[in-house]
Structures are given as C-alpha cells and as structure tokens.
Design a protein around this ligand. Structure first.
Ligand SMILES: C[S@@+](CC[C@H](N)C(=O)[O-])C[C@H]1O[C@@H](n2cnc3c(N)ncnc32)[C@H](O)[C@@H]1O
Length: 295
C-alpha cells in the first residue's frame, strides 16, 4: 500500500453516519418511529452496527430493523443485537443450494443458513424470511419453506415479483392470492397481525406461533396504506418504489440547513408521494432496480 495510505475512504456522495443520523432524527421528531436499514446490502457498509446503535438510541425510535441477504450475518449478528436492532428480514428464495446459486449468481446458501442460525441464537424479537415467488424457479418450494420457517420460529413472507430491473422483468410473475387461499386451508390459518406496520397481510396459526405474510404489490396493491419512503445512500429520498418521484436531501444537508428547515423540507417532500404505483398498467415505467431503491 502507499506510504500515506489511511484506509479506504467512502465515496464523497455517500451520506456519512452523522448525516444519516441527522436525517433520521428529523423524521423521528416528525413522528416516524419505525426505521428499516436496507440496501443494496447494508452489511457491506463498514461499522453498520455503529450506525444502528446511533439510530436505535434516538428518542422516539420504537423499532429498528434490518433487511439483509444474510451472507455476512453470522459475524455481525451479536453486534447488531447489542446495537438495538430488534428485527431482521432475510432474503431467502430457495432452500436448494443450486437454485440459490442461480438466483444470486453466488454460492451463498451455506453462509445464509449459518447467518440465520447465529441470528436465532441472538434472540432477535422477529426474524422474517423474504421469499420472492417466481414461476419455474421456486414456486414448488413454498411448502418446504413453510416447514423450514415453522421449525425455526421464523415468519415467512411470500412476495410477488415486481418488474424492477432485468431480473425482475424476466422472472415469472406468480399471483399469490390463490396460494394464500391454499395455505390458509391447508394449515388452518386465520387472519393475523405482525409488528412492522408494513405492507404484508398475514395469516397466523390459531396458537399464534406461526405466521405467513403475503406482499402482493401486483395482485392487490397496498398504496392506500403505504407509509414508506426510502432514503438512498447518497441522500435521495424516493417517495414510491414504482415511480421516479424523489427529493434530494444531500445538497440541503451540506449547505448548512437548520434542523427546522430540514423538517420543513421533509414535510414538503412527503407531499410528492404519489397516490399509487402503476406497475401493473405500465410495467416498463420502472427504471430503478430494487438494489438501488431498497426493497
Ligand atoms: C432489495 S433487497 C435489499 C436488502 C438485502 N440486500 C436483502 O437481500 O434482503 C430487499 C427485498 O427486496 C426483494 N426483492 C428484490 N427484487 C425484487 C423484485 N423484483 N420484486 C419483489 N421483491 C424483490 C428481496 O427479495 C428482498 O427481500
């Protein structure tokens, strides 16, 4: 390494932890109490547990969660728990190593399973498994995934694929409504509610010990109750997964804006949130990929 090497620097346009904390604090003062750290892959950011600790300590923050592909989770699980992350969402589309390699283009299943078991040992209050259901890819694994989640006490969430990016567009869409009906009858489930306040509609076993969530942006969209906005690593606030409506926060932060002005700017940006997405009517309109939006 060069003599004056002082460690790898993060790109200048990434929000620093100070800047992220400042934006999140403003949201929390305005009444937001649930934050989810997502990506891209959040565990690739150096010292993510340090950021998590700063966010979880904010006065008014009730629920800090993290979405991850879990490939690095085994070595971060303990630090994340200590930092105050209370829930995890883990992407797992298949329990077949070969299929996971095909889907992710990496041999990832062993490290994901290791990460999941480490997280389970840490006692996170909830661990949700996100399975994007794709025809001809993993549709036949739903029952296996139900059994896996039941065995480990994970909450399964089945997700309809959105036409985002090349892989999203080329994956076969599966309508989850008939699958919901089938699972409801087969496992004698009733309508339920799970912490997170998100878009999933849940079915739960009568003893409350097992739940399946259905995220159906295509067959039954949930825009009317969508309370999400997404802040990208470089400070763009995206108001809807399915539209380009956005607001740039980074220039404001770096121009010395006051906290009150920041709060006003955020309130103004929220007004830009569109009434509903048009993914079904205009699938080609989605130009951002999921990894650049934060699923
Ligand atoms: C984009 S990932 C980001 C966080 C993290 N890297 C992960 O793997 O969970 C968040 C969620 O979006 C889901 N997802 C990705 N592409 C999708 C698509 N085209 N349609 C629906 N869900 C998608 C993933 O399965 C994952 O559960």
């Amino acid at each position: 390494m060069p003599r004056d090497f002082r460690g790898y620097e993060e790109p200048e346009d990434w929000l620093s932890f100070d800047e992220i904390e400042r934006v999140v604090s403003a949201f929390v003062r305005l009444g937001t109490s649930r934050i989810r750290i997502t990506g891209g892959e959040p565990l690739l950011r150096r010292n993510l547990a340090g950021l998590s600790a700063r966010l979880s300590r904010l006065d008014g923050m009730k629920d800090l969660s993290l979405s991850t592909n879990a490939t690095q989770l085994a070595r971060h699980a303990a630090a994340l728990k200590t930092a105050g992350v209370n829930r995890l969402n883990v992407s797992l589309d298949s329990l077949c190593a070969e299929r996971m390699s095909k889907i992710t283009r990496r041999d990832v299943l062993p490290s994901i399973l290791e990460g999941l078991l480490a997280a389970k040992q840490q006692g996170f209050s909830l661990i949700k498994i996100n399975m994007v259901v794709m025809s001809g890819v993993n549709e036949d694994e739903i029952d296996g995934m139900v059994a896996f989640c039941r065995e480990h006490g994970f909450i399964l969430r089945l997700i309809e694929v959105m036409p985002m990016g090349e892989s999203g567009r080329n994956s076969g869409f599966v309508d989850l409504q008939p699958i919901r009906q089938r699972l409801k009858i087969r496992h004698q489930l009733v309508d339920g509610l799970i912490p997170g306040g998100g878009p999933a509609s849940y079915l739960t076993s009568p003893d409350g010990k097992f739940s399946i969530g259905f995220i159906t942006p295509i067959s039954r969209h949930f825009c009317a109750t969508c309370n999400r906005v997404r802040l990208s690593v470089n400070g763009t606030l995206f108001l809807c997964l399915g539209h380009e409506h956005k607001f740039e926060i980074r220039p404001l932060l770096r121009s010395g804006i006051s906290d009150a002005e920041l709060e006003d700017a955020i309130c103004g940006a929220i007004e830009l949130k569109p009434e509903r997405h048009e993914i079904r009517e205009k699938p080609g309109k989605l130009i951002r990929v999921m990894s650049a939006s934060g699923g």
